[in-house]
Write a protein that binds this ligand. Structure first.
Ligand SMILES: *[C@@H]1O[C@H](CO)[C@@H](O)[C@H](O)[C@H]1NC(C)=O
Ligand SMILES: *[C@@H]1O[C@H](CO)[C@@H](O)[C@H](O)[C@H]1NC(C)=O
Ligand SMILES: *[C@@H]1O[C@H](CO)[C@@H](O)[C@H](O)[C@H]1NC(C)=O
Length: 383
């Protein structure tokens, strides 16, 4: 009885505090992002070559280092915080880091993969490397700023590091890496604790560098993505009513339960941190399972691709060309109206889907604690 009363009181207090801070705005002066292609804004392109046309066609009207027709979710996050789009840390040409940096690259995993990009398609810039980059960025910045002029203008002040929002969207490729090496679902499950342990270490290292405000996306329903379904057909035959491959989605949900547990442990271990866990999985799954509500028509078929039941061919990726009668023609072209598609190229979401994802998560409805993005600096008791 007593326990129930104090928990009622606690809930009332929480609601009260949530109501009180509806207007609270954190004024994050910068953002630092860690992740994979879901949030890459030019990292992989800077090192391994520009992602080809028609990437970027809808918004940037030319390739812009993103694996979609326009903006990714972190672009919408930056916009809503009043910040310019994040420059990729690895992009030395024309970048401005005064408001943060993006360490994400397409194909990144949490754990280093022991294979090259050419061998496996996974980026050598795994999360541990992204942290090293952040460490160097943080520790060299004050020295460079002392040179004044352009260095001062393009790099953040020291105080920015403890006021910035640190965003994470990574893990999907750790799940597919095992499957693509022909592991069974139980073998993939068996290494999740190692993956999650390494993720946890990186968040605490960022904290030790002064980071305080963390916004952590969970991983999406990878079993709804054509590149996974086509590559592992045996498991892809076990489909749910929506047409997504259940084994992969169950592993993604296992990963997400583990991630939520890690976030709870981090809150205990890092008392000054405000950590928001964001359930992107549910939002992405609802776009795919109820496309008509959001104005989409083709939840599993790609916009930019070639052939097959999903308009996706592993060997003919978005933008692929071939010689026809001595002329180079694009074989995997973009569709007429990308805004009707959830899936861009078999791997990534369209800008229209990314916008929907952002609109859903900004309010806090999919977060734990249920805090809006603009208030993610407030330390709240978890729900
Ligand atoms: C870098 O970005 C900041 C923030 O948008 C802006 O105020 C500043 O003018 C930019 N600096 C340069 C040199 O472009
Ligand atoms: C890479 O190799 C190291 C050393 O053998 C091993 O501990 C690690 O688990 C491997 N990483 C992956 C993702 O398999
Ligand atoms: C996985 O299995 C397929 C089919 O048996 C085979 O072609 C492929 O080489 C295997 N991949 C690895 C990484 O072992």
């Amino acid at each position: 009885m007593e326990a129930r009363c104090s928990s009622c009181f606690f809930t009332a207090l929480l609601l009260c505090r949530l109501a009180g801070m509806a207007q609270a705005s954190c004024d994050f002066p910068a953002m630092f992002n860690f992740g994979d292609s879901n949030s890459d804004t030019g990292g992989l392109s800077a090192v391994f070559g520009q992602a080809p046309w028609p990437e970027g066609e809808t918004y940037f009207h030319s390739p812009a280092g993103r694996y979609t027709d326009g903006r990714v979710v972190v672009d919408f996050i930056a916009e809503s915080l009043g910040l310019p789009y994040l420059s990729a840390y690895l992009n030395s040409v024309g970048s401005n880091f005064s408001h943060g940096a993006n360490f994400a690259t397409a194909g990144s995993t949490i754990r280093p993969q022991n294979t090259t990009l050419q061998q496996s398609g996974f980026s050598p810039i795994s999360l541990d490397v992204q942290y090293n980059e952040f460490y160097e960025f943080h520790n060299r910045t004050p020295v460079a700023r002392q040179k004044g002029e352009v260095f001062e203008k393009l790099l953040p002040k020291e105080e920015v590091f403890s006021k910035a929002l640190y965003t994470f969207d990574i893990g999907q490729n750790d799940l597919t890496a095992g499957y693509f090496m022909n592991m069974s679902t139980s073998e993939v499950r068996a290494y999740l604790p190692d993956v999650l342990g390494q993720f946890k270490n990186i968040v605490s290292y960022v904290y030790s560098q002064g980071g305080r405000f963390f916004w952590i996306h969970n991983t999406g329903p990878v079993g709804c993505l054509p590149y996974v379904m086509e590559r592992v057909p045996i498991l892809a035959s076990q489909v749910d009513p929506v047409g997504c491959a259940s084994p992969f989605n169950e592993v993604a949900q296992d990963f997400n339960r583990g991630l939520k547990e890690v976030v709870m442990q981090l809150r205990q271990e890092l008392p000054q941190a405000a950590i928001t866990y964001v359930d992107v999985y549910s939002v992405k799954y609802s776009l795919i399972s109820h496309p008509e509500i959001y104005g989409f028509k083709h939840p599993l078929r790609t916009c930019c691709g070639h052939g097959g039941r999903y308009n996706y061919d592993i060997h003919v990726g978005c933008g692929a060309t071939a010689m026809v009668d001595g002329e180079e023609v694009m074989v995997a072209k973009s569709c007429d109206n990308p805004a009707l598609h959830v899936n861009w190229d078999g791997v990534h979401f369209t800008e229209a889907a990314n916008r929907q994802i952002f609109e859903h998560i900004r309010s806090g409805l999919f977060s734990d604690p249920p805090v809006p993005l603009s208030s993610a600096c407030l330390r709240m008791p978890p729900s």
